[in-house]
Ligand binder design. Structure first.
Ligand SMILES: *Cc1c(COP(=O)(O)O)cnc(C)c1O
Length: 448
Protein backbone atom coordinates (compact mmCIF):
# COMPACT_ATOMS: atom_id res chain seq x y z
CA UNK A 1 0.00 0.00 0.00
CA UNK A 2 1.45 3.34 -0.86
CA UNK A 3 2.18 5.89 1.84
CA UNK A 4 -0.50 8.34 0.73
CA UNK A 5 -3.22 5.75 1.01
CA UNK A 6 -1.90 4.68 4.37
CA UNK A 7 -1.99 8.24 5.67
CA UNK A 8 -5.38 8.88 4.12
CA UNK A 9 -6.88 5.93 5.93
CA UNK A 10 -5.19 7.03 9.12
CA UNK A 11 -6.78 10.50 9.09
CA UNK A 12 -9.73 10.77 6.78
CA UNK A 13 -13.33 9.72 7.20
CA UNK A 14 -14.69 9.84 3.67
CA UNK A 15 -18.21 11.04 2.84
CA UNK A 16 -21.01 8.61 2.13
CA UNK A 17 -18.76 5.58 2.56
CA UNK A 18 -18.57 2.45 4.63
CA UNK A 19 -14.92 2.89 5.54
CA UNK A 20 -14.46 -0.88 5.82
CA UNK A 21 -14.99 -1.08 2.05
CA UNK A 22 -11.74 0.85 1.70
CA UNK A 23 -9.87 -2.25 2.92
CA UNK A 24 -10.63 -3.91 -0.41
CA UNK A 25 -10.97 -0.79 -2.52
CA UNK A 26 -8.49 1.82 -1.33
CA UNK A 27 -9.10 5.49 -2.07
CA UNK A 28 -7.63 6.57 -5.37
CA UNK A 29 -5.15 9.37 -4.87
CA UNK A 30 -5.76 11.92 -7.59
CA UNK A 31 -2.88 14.06 -8.66
CA UNK A 32 -4.34 16.27 -11.36
CA UNK A 33 -7.28 16.87 -13.63
CA UNK A 34 -7.63 18.02 -17.18
CA UNK A 35 -10.91 18.29 -19.07
CA UNK A 36 -12.95 15.16 -18.40
CA UNK A 37 -9.88 13.23 -17.23
CA UNK A 38 -8.42 12.70 -13.80
CA UNK A 39 -4.95 11.25 -13.26
CA UNK A 40 -3.85 9.42 -10.14
CA UNK A 41 -0.38 9.64 -8.62
CA UNK A 42 0.75 6.66 -10.69
CA UNK A 43 -0.30 8.41 -13.87
CA UNK A 44 -3.34 6.20 -14.45
CA UNK A 45 -6.14 8.01 -16.28
CA UNK A 46 -9.80 8.00 -15.24
CA UNK A 47 -12.66 9.36 -17.32
CA UNK A 48 -14.80 11.42 -14.95
CA UNK A 49 -18.12 10.60 -16.45
CA UNK A 50 -19.99 11.58 -13.26
CA UNK A 51 -18.55 15.11 -13.20
CA UNK A 52 -17.06 14.56 -9.74
CA UNK A 53 -20.40 14.29 -7.94
CA UNK A 54 -22.26 16.13 -10.70
CA UNK A 55 -20.61 19.48 -10.13
CA UNK A 56 -17.83 19.66 -12.69
CA UNK A 57 -19.55 21.33 -15.60
CA UNK A 58 -16.86 22.38 -18.04
CA UNK A 59 -13.96 20.07 -17.35
CA UNK A 60 -11.28 19.95 -14.69
CA UNK A 61 -8.79 22.79 -14.62
CA UNK A 62 -10.67 24.69 -17.26
CA UNK A 63 -8.19 27.36 -18.42
CA UNK A 64 -10.75 30.19 -18.41
CA UNK A 65 -12.07 29.42 -14.94
CA UNK A 66 -8.55 28.93 -13.62
CA UNK A 67 -7.58 32.31 -14.94
CA UNK A 68 -10.59 34.04 -13.37
CA UNK A 69 -9.93 32.53 -9.95
CA UNK A 70 -6.21 33.34 -10.14
CA UNK A 71 -7.00 36.92 -10.96
CA UNK A 72 -9.47 37.20 -8.11
CA UNK A 73 -7.22 35.64 -5.47
CA UNK A 74 -4.64 38.37 -5.79
CA UNK A 75 -7.30 40.98 -5.24
CA UNK A 76 -9.71 39.80 -2.58
CA UNK A 77 -10.17 36.33 -1.13
CA UNK A 78 -13.07 36.95 1.23
CA UNK A 79 -15.03 39.66 2.99
CA UNK A 80 -17.96 39.72 5.40
CA UNK A 81 -21.09 39.92 3.26
CA UNK A 82 -23.32 41.75 5.76
CA UNK A 83 -23.12 45.44 5.01
CA UNK A 84 -20.14 44.79 2.73
CA UNK A 85 -20.16 43.73 -0.85
CA UNK A 86 -17.81 43.39 -3.80
CA UNK A 87 -17.92 43.82 -7.54
CA UNK A 88 -17.57 40.11 -8.26
CA UNK A 89 -20.82 39.16 -6.50
CA UNK A 90 -22.67 42.08 -8.05
CA UNK A 91 -21.45 41.26 -11.52
CA UNK A 92 -22.43 37.61 -11.03
CA UNK A 93 -26.02 38.55 -10.13
CA UNK A 94 -26.20 40.92 -13.05
CA UNK A 95 -25.34 38.02 -15.36
CA UNK A 96 -27.46 35.41 -13.58
CA UNK A 97 -30.61 37.46 -13.66
CA UNK A 98 -30.53 37.28 -17.45
CA UNK A 99 -30.67 33.47 -17.46
CA UNK A 100 -32.86 32.44 -14.49
CA UNK A 101 -36.61 31.92 -14.99
CA UNK A 102 -38.65 35.10 -15.21
CA UNK A 103 -39.50 36.83 -11.95
CA UNK A 104 -36.49 35.55 -9.99
CA UNK A 105 -34.43 38.58 -9.11
CA UNK A 106 -33.09 38.51 -5.52
CA UNK A 107 -30.03 36.42 -4.74
CA UNK A 108 -29.29 35.02 -1.29
CA UNK A 109 -25.90 33.31 -1.04
CA UNK A 110 -24.91 30.22 0.95
CA UNK A 111 -21.96 27.89 0.63
CA UNK A 112 -23.34 24.46 -0.31
CA UNK A 113 -26.45 22.92 -1.77
CA UNK A 114 -28.03 21.69 1.46
CA UNK A 115 -27.59 25.11 3.04
CA UNK A 116 -29.40 26.80 0.19
CA UNK A 117 -32.32 24.40 0.72
CA UNK A 118 -32.39 25.26 4.42
CA UNK A 119 -32.27 28.93 3.47
CA UNK A 120 -35.16 28.54 1.03
CA UNK A 121 -37.30 26.66 3.57
CA UNK A 122 -36.75 29.28 6.26
CA UNK A 123 -37.42 32.05 3.77
CA UNK A 124 -40.72 30.52 2.72
CA UNK A 125 -41.81 29.85 6.31
CA UNK A 126 -41.04 33.41 7.37
CA UNK A 127 -42.70 34.87 4.29
CA UNK A 128 -46.00 33.23 5.18
CA UNK A 129 -45.63 34.18 8.82
CA UNK A 130 -45.10 37.81 7.90
CA UNK A 131 -47.90 37.98 5.34
CA UNK A 132 -50.71 36.90 7.62
CA UNK A 133 -50.52 33.13 7.24
CA UNK A 134 -48.80 31.90 10.40
CA UNK A 135 -50.73 28.61 10.11
CA UNK A 136 -48.52 27.69 7.15
CA UNK A 137 -45.76 25.83 8.94
CA UNK A 138 -45.26 22.62 7.02
CA UNK A 139 -43.47 21.40 3.92
CA UNK A 140 -44.27 18.95 1.16
CA UNK A 141 -41.91 16.82 -0.87
CA UNK A 142 -42.03 13.84 -3.21
CA UNK A 143 -41.15 10.25 -2.53
CA UNK A 144 -37.63 9.60 -3.79
CA UNK A 145 -36.67 13.24 -3.22
CA UNK A 146 -33.11 14.23 -2.40
CA UNK A 147 -32.30 17.73 -1.23
CA UNK A 148 -29.15 17.34 0.83
CA UNK A 149 -28.13 15.96 4.16
CA UNK A 150 -28.43 18.60 6.83
CA UNK A 151 -31.33 17.92 9.20
CA UNK A 152 -33.85 20.15 7.43
CA UNK A 153 -32.88 19.02 3.95
CA UNK A 154 -32.82 15.41 5.09
CA UNK A 155 -36.33 15.77 6.52
CA UNK A 156 -37.80 16.56 3.14
CA UNK A 157 -35.67 13.90 1.47
CA UNK A 158 -37.34 10.63 0.63
CA UNK A 159 -34.41 8.28 0.12
CA UNK A 160 -34.31 5.95 3.13
CA UNK A 161 -30.66 5.11 2.64
CA UNK A 162 -29.77 8.58 3.86
CA UNK A 163 -32.57 9.42 6.26
CA UNK A 164 -34.02 6.26 7.80
CA UNK A 165 -31.85 6.16 10.91
CA UNK A 166 -32.35 9.85 11.70
CA UNK A 167 -36.16 9.76 11.60
CA UNK A 168 -36.50 10.45 15.34
CA UNK A 169 -34.81 13.84 14.92
CA UNK A 170 -36.27 14.83 11.54
CA UNK A 171 -39.28 17.09 11.11
CA UNK A 172 -42.57 15.72 9.97
CA UNK A 173 -43.46 16.63 6.41
CA UNK A 174 -46.27 15.83 3.98
CA UNK A 175 -45.06 13.22 1.52
CA UNK A 176 -46.51 12.98 -1.96
CA UNK A 177 -46.12 9.71 -3.83
CA UNK A 178 -44.13 11.09 -6.78
CA UNK A 179 -43.85 10.04 -10.41
CA UNK A 180 -42.19 6.70 -11.08
CA UNK A 181 -42.31 6.52 -14.85
CA UNK A 182 -40.41 3.27 -15.31
CA UNK A 183 -42.94 1.49 -13.11
CA UNK A 184 -45.90 3.72 -13.95
CA UNK A 185 -48.97 2.42 -12.11
CA UNK A 186 -51.16 3.85 -14.88
CA UNK A 187 -49.36 1.94 -17.60
CA UNK A 188 -48.40 5.16 -19.40
CA UNK A 189 -45.10 6.36 -20.79
CA UNK A 190 -43.31 9.65 -20.17
CA UNK A 191 -43.81 11.04 -23.64
CA UNK A 192 -47.55 10.54 -23.83
CA UNK A 193 -48.91 10.77 -20.30
CA UNK A 194 -50.76 13.64 -18.73
CA UNK A 195 -49.13 13.17 -15.32
CA UNK A 196 -52.02 11.00 -14.14
CA UNK A 197 -50.00 10.41 -10.96
CA UNK A 198 -50.47 14.08 -10.09
CA UNK A 199 -53.69 12.87 -8.45
CA UNK A 200 -51.52 11.97 -5.46
CA UNK A 201 -50.41 15.57 -5.16
CA UNK A 202 -53.96 16.89 -5.49
CA UNK A 203 -55.05 14.73 -2.60
CA UNK A 204 -52.29 15.98 -0.31
CA UNK A 205 -52.89 19.61 -1.30
CA UNK A 206 -56.60 19.24 -0.59
CA UNK A 207 -55.90 17.89 2.87
CA UNK A 208 -52.90 19.98 3.83
CA UNK A 209 -52.39 22.80 1.32
CA UNK A 210 -53.58 25.41 3.79
CA UNK A 211 -50.99 24.53 6.41
CA UNK A 212 -48.13 24.24 3.91
CA UNK A 213 -45.47 26.88 3.20
CA UNK A 214 -43.76 25.25 0.29
CA UNK A 215 -43.14 22.14 -1.71
CA UNK A 216 -39.51 21.38 -2.41
CA UNK A 217 -38.96 19.55 -5.67
CA UNK A 218 -36.22 18.40 -8.05
CA UNK A 219 -37.66 19.49 -11.39
CA UNK A 220 -37.84 16.72 -14.02
CA UNK A 221 -35.03 14.63 -12.61
CA UNK A 222 -34.84 12.97 -9.21
CA UNK A 223 -31.12 12.36 -9.11
CA UNK A 224 -30.37 10.33 -6.03
CA UNK A 225 -33.54 8.28 -6.40
CA UNK A 226 -31.77 6.69 -9.36
CA UNK A 227 -31.96 9.37 -12.05
CA UNK A 228 -35.74 9.12 -12.25
CA UNK A 229 -37.03 11.31 -15.05
CA UNK A 230 -40.59 12.63 -15.27
CA UNK A 231 -42.34 14.86 -17.80
CA UNK A 232 -42.73 18.67 -17.67
CA UNK A 233 -46.53 18.46 -17.50
CA UNK A 234 -46.14 17.44 -13.85
CA UNK A 235 -44.47 20.76 -13.10
CA UNK A 236 -47.10 22.72 -14.99
CA UNK A 237 -49.80 21.13 -12.87
CA UNK A 238 -47.79 21.78 -9.76
CA UNK A 239 -47.44 25.47 -10.57
CA UNK A 240 -51.18 25.72 -10.96
CA UNK A 241 -52.11 23.99 -7.72
CA UNK A 242 -49.44 25.89 -5.75
CA UNK A 243 -50.92 29.20 -6.92
CA UNK A 244 -54.34 27.99 -5.89
CA UNK A 245 -53.22 27.11 -2.35
CA UNK A 246 -50.63 29.88 -1.87
CA UNK A 247 -47.84 27.33 -1.55
CA UNK A 248 -44.34 28.18 -2.76
CA UNK A 249 -42.43 26.04 -5.20
CA UNK A 250 -38.85 25.68 -4.10
CA UNK A 251 -37.15 24.31 -7.20
CA UNK A 252 -34.02 22.41 -6.26
CA UNK A 253 -31.99 22.94 -9.43
CA UNK A 254 -28.75 22.09 -7.67
CA UNK A 255 -28.23 19.06 -9.89
CA UNK A 256 -30.47 19.94 -12.85
CA UNK A 257 -29.39 23.53 -13.40
CA UNK A 258 -26.75 24.78 -15.79
CA UNK A 259 -27.65 22.82 -18.88
CA UNK A 260 -27.68 19.36 -17.38
CA UNK A 261 -31.13 18.65 -18.77
CA UNK A 262 -30.46 20.26 -22.12
CA UNK A 263 -31.85 23.66 -21.16
CA UNK A 264 -30.27 26.12 -18.78
CA UNK A 265 -32.71 25.05 -16.04
CA UNK A 266 -35.07 22.10 -15.82
CA UNK A 267 -37.95 24.50 -15.05
CA UNK A 268 -37.49 25.93 -18.55
CA UNK A 269 -38.82 22.68 -20.05
CA UNK A 270 -42.16 23.32 -18.35
CA UNK A 271 -41.97 27.05 -18.86
CA UNK A 272 -42.65 27.71 -15.20
CA UNK A 273 -41.02 30.01 -12.66
CA UNK A 274 -40.57 28.72 -9.14
CA UNK A 275 -40.87 31.05 -6.15
CA UNK A 276 -37.42 30.14 -4.95
CA UNK A 277 -34.75 28.34 -6.93
CA UNK A 278 -31.68 26.73 -5.36
CA UNK A 279 -28.44 26.63 -7.30
CA UNK A 280 -25.10 25.01 -6.50
CA UNK A 281 -22.94 22.30 -8.12
CA UNK A 282 -22.62 23.65 -11.71
CA UNK A 283 -22.87 27.20 -10.41
CA UNK A 284 -19.10 27.45 -9.95
CA UNK A 285 -18.31 24.78 -12.53
CA UNK A 286 -17.49 22.49 -9.62
CA UNK A 287 -14.66 24.73 -8.45
CA UNK A 288 -15.80 26.17 -5.14
CA UNK A 289 -18.52 25.45 -2.64
CA UNK A 290 -21.19 28.05 -3.25
CA UNK A 291 -24.96 28.10 -3.55
CA UNK A 292 -27.67 30.64 -4.12
CA UNK A 293 -31.36 30.73 -3.27
CA UNK A 294 -32.85 33.04 -5.88
CA UNK A 295 -36.28 34.45 -5.21
CA UNK A 296 -38.91 36.95 -6.29
CA UNK A 297 -39.46 40.61 -5.48
CA UNK A 298 -42.71 39.59 -3.79
CA UNK A 299 -40.99 37.34 -1.25
CA UNK A 300 -38.19 39.85 -0.73
CA UNK A 301 -40.71 42.62 -0.03
CA UNK A 302 -42.32 40.65 2.81
CA UNK A 303 -39.08 41.04 4.76
CA UNK A 304 -38.55 44.71 3.99
CA UNK A 305 -39.51 46.94 6.94
CA UNK A 306 -38.13 49.15 9.67
CA UNK A 307 -35.59 47.21 11.70
CA UNK A 308 -37.68 47.18 14.88
CA UNK A 309 -40.54 45.39 13.16
CA UNK A 310 -38.26 42.33 13.33
CA UNK A 311 -38.93 41.19 9.79
CA UNK A 312 -35.38 40.80 8.55
CA UNK A 313 -34.16 37.42 7.34
CA UNK A 314 -31.63 36.63 10.05
CA UNK A 315 -29.87 33.92 8.12
CA UNK A 316 -26.18 33.85 7.31
CA UNK A 317 -23.21 31.73 6.43
CA UNK A 318 -19.66 32.86 7.00
CA UNK A 319 -18.69 32.22 3.42
CA UNK A 320 -21.77 33.83 1.84
CA UNK A 321 -20.84 35.49 -1.42
CA UNK A 322 -17.23 34.34 -1.33
CA UNK A 323 -15.36 36.30 -4.01
CA UNK A 324 -13.31 33.37 -5.29
CA UNK A 325 -16.45 31.31 -5.80
CA UNK A 326 -18.15 34.27 -7.46
CA UNK A 327 -15.24 34.71 -9.83
CA UNK A 328 -15.50 31.05 -10.88
CA UNK A 329 -19.27 31.43 -11.30
CA UNK A 330 -18.84 34.44 -13.57
CA UNK A 331 -16.35 32.55 -15.71
CA UNK A 332 -18.85 29.68 -16.02
CA UNK A 333 -21.60 32.01 -17.23
CA UNK A 334 -19.20 33.70 -19.63
CA UNK A 335 -18.29 30.34 -21.15
CA UNK A 336 -21.96 29.38 -21.48
CA UNK A 337 -23.08 32.79 -22.71
CA UNK A 338 -22.59 32.38 -26.43
CA UNK A 339 -24.69 29.21 -26.42
CA UNK A 340 -22.27 27.03 -28.35
CA UNK A 341 -21.35 24.79 -25.40
CA UNK A 342 -24.96 23.91 -24.73
CA UNK A 343 -25.75 23.54 -28.42
CA UNK A 344 -22.86 21.14 -28.88
CA UNK A 345 -23.82 19.25 -25.71
CA UNK A 346 -27.36 18.81 -26.99
CA UNK A 347 -26.18 17.52 -30.34
CA UNK A 348 -23.81 15.13 -28.62
CA UNK A 349 -26.55 14.07 -26.22
CA UNK A 350 -28.49 12.49 -29.08
CA UNK A 351 -25.43 10.57 -30.16
CA UNK A 352 -24.69 9.51 -26.58
CA UNK A 353 -28.21 8.26 -25.94
CA UNK A 354 -28.21 6.33 -29.22
CA UNK A 355 -24.99 4.45 -28.59
CA UNK A 356 -26.08 3.66 -25.03
CA UNK A 357 -29.43 2.29 -26.14
CA UNK A 358 -27.80 0.33 -28.93
CA UNK A 359 -25.34 -1.34 -26.58
CA UNK A 360 -27.31 -1.79 -23.41
CA UNK A 361 -30.88 -2.53 -24.42
CA UNK A 362 -29.97 -5.95 -25.75
CA UNK A 363 -28.84 -7.08 -22.29
CA UNK A 364 -31.45 -9.13 -20.44
CA UNK A 365 -30.87 -7.28 -17.15
CA UNK A 366 -31.33 -3.80 -18.52
CA UNK A 367 -34.83 -2.69 -17.58
CA UNK A 368 -34.74 0.82 -18.94
CA UNK A 369 -32.39 3.33 -20.52
CA UNK A 370 -33.60 6.86 -19.79
CA UNK A 371 -32.03 10.17 -20.63
CA UNK A 372 -32.34 13.90 -20.36
CA UNK A 373 -29.65 16.19 -21.72
CA UNK A 374 -26.34 14.37 -21.44
CA UNK A 375 -27.56 12.44 -18.43
CA UNK A 376 -28.23 8.79 -19.23
CA UNK A 377 -29.29 6.18 -16.73
CA UNK A 378 -29.44 2.42 -17.12
CA UNK A 379 -31.65 0.65 -14.61
CA UNK A 380 -30.62 -2.93 -13.98
CA UNK A 381 -33.26 -5.44 -12.97
CA UNK A 382 -33.31 -9.12 -12.12
CA UNK A 383 -36.28 -9.69 -14.37
CA UNK A 384 -36.99 -7.49 -17.33
CA UNK A 385 -40.62 -8.56 -17.71
CA UNK A 386 -41.68 -8.07 -14.10
CA UNK A 387 -39.16 -5.24 -13.49
CA UNK A 388 -38.19 -7.03 -10.31
CA UNK A 389 -35.02 -5.46 -8.91
CA UNK A 390 -31.96 -7.32 -7.71
CA UNK A 391 -31.54 -7.94 -4.01
CA UNK A 392 -29.74 -4.76 -2.92
CA UNK A 393 -27.44 -6.86 -0.71
CA UNK A 394 -25.82 -8.25 -3.84
CA UNK A 395 -24.50 -4.75 -4.53
CA UNK A 396 -24.59 -5.35 -8.25
CA UNK A 397 -24.01 -1.71 -9.12
CA UNK A 398 -21.07 -1.47 -6.75
CA UNK A 399 -19.40 -4.48 -8.36
CA UNK A 400 -19.73 -2.88 -11.78
CA UNK A 401 -18.31 0.33 -10.35
CA UNK A 402 -15.20 -1.51 -9.12
CA UNK A 403 -14.67 -3.20 -12.47
CA UNK A 404 -14.99 0.10 -14.33
CA UNK A 405 -12.50 1.78 -12.03
CA UNK A 406 -9.91 -0.85 -12.96
CA UNK A 407 -10.50 0.07 -16.57
CA UNK A 408 -10.26 3.81 -15.96
CA UNK A 409 -13.91 4.92 -15.94
CA UNK A 410 -15.65 6.47 -12.94
CA UNK A 411 -19.27 5.30 -12.89
CA UNK A 412 -20.46 5.27 -9.25
CA UNK A 413 -23.96 3.79 -9.77
CA UNK A 414 -26.91 4.71 -7.56
CA UNK A 415 -27.86 1.30 -6.26
CA UNK A 416 -28.36 -0.71 -9.44
CA UNK A 417 -28.79 2.30 -11.69
CA UNK A 418 -25.66 2.91 -13.73
CA UNK A 419 -25.56 6.44 -15.04
CA UNK A 420 -23.48 8.91 -16.99
CA UNK A 421 -23.56 12.58 -16.07
CA UNK A 422 -20.45 13.91 -17.80
CA UNK A 423 -19.17 17.46 -18.11
CA UNK A 424 -20.96 19.27 -20.95
CA UNK A 425 -17.75 19.33 -22.97
CA UNK A 426 -17.43 15.56 -23.38
CA UNK A 427 -16.52 14.51 -26.92
CA UNK A 428 -17.87 11.62 -28.97
CA UNK A 429 -14.69 9.58 -28.84
CA UNK A 430 -14.90 9.63 -25.05
CA UNK A 431 -18.56 8.66 -25.20
CA UNK A 432 -17.64 5.65 -27.32
CA UNK A 433 -14.94 4.73 -24.85
CA UNK A 434 -17.01 4.96 -21.65
CA UNK A 435 -20.02 3.20 -23.13
CA UNK A 436 -17.84 0.35 -24.34
CA UNK A 437 -16.10 -0.02 -20.97
CA UNK A 438 -19.33 0.26 -19.00
CA UNK A 439 -20.96 -2.42 -21.12
CA UNK A 440 -18.04 -4.77 -20.79
CA UNK A 441 -18.06 -4.29 -17.01
CA UNK A 442 -21.78 -4.98 -16.90
CA UNK A 443 -21.21 -8.23 -18.81
CA UNK A 444 -18.36 -9.20 -16.49
CA UNK A 445 -20.74 -9.05 -13.54
CA UNK A 446 -23.94 -10.10 -15.32
CA UNK A 447 -23.04 -12.26 -18.35
CA UNK A 448 -25.27 -11.76 -21.39
C1 LIG B 1 -26.14 17.59 -4.34
C2 LIG B 1 -27.54 17.96 -4.14
C3 LIG B 1 -27.96 18.65 -2.98
C4 LIG B 1 -27.05 18.96 -1.83
O1 LIG B 1 -25.96 19.75 -2.16
P1 LIG B 1 -24.65 19.68 -1.21
O2 LIG B 1 -23.76 20.73 -1.75
O3 LIG B 1 -24.11 18.30 -1.37
O4 LIG B 1 -25.10 19.95 0.18
C5 LIG B 1 -29.29 19.00 -2.90
N1 LIG B 1 -30.15 18.72 -3.88
C6 LIG B 1 -29.79 18.07 -5.00
C7 LIG B 1 -30.80 17.80 -6.06
C8 LIG B 1 -28.48 17.65 -5.15
O5 LIG B 1 -28.13 16.95 -6.24
Amino acid sequence: MNEWIEKDLKYIWHPCSQMKDYETLAPIVIDKGEGIYLYDINGKRYVDVISSWWCNLLGHCNPKINEAVKKQIDKLEHVIFANFTHKTAIELCEKLIKVVPEGLCKFNFSDNGSSSIECAMKMSFQYHYQTGNPQKQRFMALSGAYHGETIGALSIGGVDLYSEIYKPVLMDIFRIEGPDCYRCPYGKTRDCCNAECFKNAEKVFKEHGNETCAIVIEPLLQGSAGMRIYPPVYLKKLRQICDEYNVHIIADEIATGYGRTGKMFACNHADISPDIMCLSKGLTGGYMPMSIAVTTQKIYDAFYADYNEGKAFMHSHTYSGNPLACSAAIAVLDILSNGSVLKMANENAIYFNNIIKEKFLRHQNVGEVRSIGLINAIELVKNRETKEPFDSKLRTGYQIYKKALEKGVILRPLGDVIYFNPPLIIERKDMDFVVDIAYRCLCDILPE
